[in-house]
Design a binder for this molecule. Structure first.
Ligand SMILES: NC(=O)c1ccc[n+]([C@@H]2O[C@H](COP(=O)([O-])OP(=O)(O)OC[C@H]3O[C@@H](n4cnc5c(N)ncnc54)[C@H](OP(=O)(O)O)[C@@H]3O)[C@@H](O)[C@H]2O)c1
Length: 280
């Protein structure tokens, strides 16, 4: 991802200095005109804007341990590394204590799509610091600034990833069910896509119910869905397909039915997802 980010800036003829733990990985970027910093301090000395994209926050910490005291002073750090809201808050506090501004970022596309029209990147942190570098960041994709708290970009990021991975899990289970009778996944996929597209259209209405905590009693209610999910579990086992991807989803609906939400819409299940009742 770091290579794709650097490439996007090079394509716009910006001056780019790159550093990576394994220096040989910078070769393709150097060939395209990037300056190569042998030590991270050199990279910091080259610009007031520092973008970081590494595996996780522990890797970011490892890199910051290499920085000589005082070299972060006055910089703007944009950390595009995937992590948790709490990690972002702690990182922001540490970076701010070094005299630098901190923006947390969440890239919502694969490296191939960086800089493409439908690419978007989440950002959070001090708004004036973000606005000062926004035009540069726009080169990577549409910036979605979600608020002053640095924890917000990773919060949105993990929320979006939850929705995506939940969908992937469902799709993989669907494909396994089809394969259990030698039906090619490709045969069922157009129907799966059609169903999911129709369901996605319901999200804004369900989100409104979640936010207002007013849960309607539609014909497609939690009791019906818990029964359908039970059939998915039973049918999967009959077909020799593991039920452990779908079982927790059934558990949630079942719990809803047990807790008086049988006649309500799925929005009524969100409070059950909190570990402590007060947070719901
Ligand atoms: N790839 C995607 O589709 C995608 C999409 C959105 C967001 N992201 C996020 O972007 C970030 C980077 O992902 P990626 O796909 O580029 O991962 P990657 O190909 O595995 O690259 C990881 C990078 O982290 C560096 N790194 C790991 N541990 C380190 C350490 N202890 N100290 C210094 N550097 C260290 C690696 O350095 P070496 O080269 O020396 O190993 C490498 O440059 C992740 O947070 C990921 O979640 C990725």
């Amino acid at each position: 991802m770091g290579t794709a980010v650097a490439n996007a800036f090079l394509k716009k003829d910006l001056t780019v200095t790159v550093w990576n733990r394994s220096p040989h990985k910078a070769q393709s970027l150097i060939a395209r005109g990037a300056h190569h910093a042998i030590h991270i301090d050199e990279a910091l000395g080259a610009s007031s804007l520092l973008l970081i994209s590494v595996l996780d926050y522990s890797a970011v910490q490892d890199i910051f341990h290499l920085v000589t005291d005082g070299h972060l002073d006055g910089k703007t750090v944009v950390n595009l590394t995937n992590g948790t809201p709490e990690e972002a808050r702690k990182m922001a506090a540490w970076v701010n204590a070094q005299g630098a501004a901190y923006i947390d970022g969440g890239i919502m596309v694969t490296p191939e799509l960086i800089g493409q029209p439908n690419a978007f990147v989440l950002y959070s942190g001090a708004e004036d610091s973000f606005r000062a570098v926004e035009s540069t960041l726009t080169i990577l994709g549409s910036p979605a600034y979600v608020g002053e708290d640095p924890a917000l970009a990773p919060l949105y990021d993990l929320s979006l990833l939850s929705a995506m991975f939940g969908m992937f899990g469902g799709f993989l289970h669907a494909a396994a069910l089809l394969r259990s009778e030698a039906v090619p996944a490709a045969h069922g996929t157009p129907m799966i896509m059609s169903l999911l597209k129709a369901m996605i259209e319901l999200f804004p209405e369900i989100a409104h119910e979640i936010d207002t905590r007013e849960y309607p009693t539609p014909s497609s209610n939690n009791a019906m869905m818990a029964t359908a999910l039970r059939n998915v579990l039973d049918g999967s086992r009959e077909q020799g397909v593991r039920d452990d991807l779908i079982e927790p989803v059934w558990q949630l609906f079942h719990q809803g039915v047990q807790n008086g939400q049988a006649a309500r819409d799925i929005s009524a299940l969100v409070p059950l997802l909190f570990m402590s009742h007060s947070a719901s």
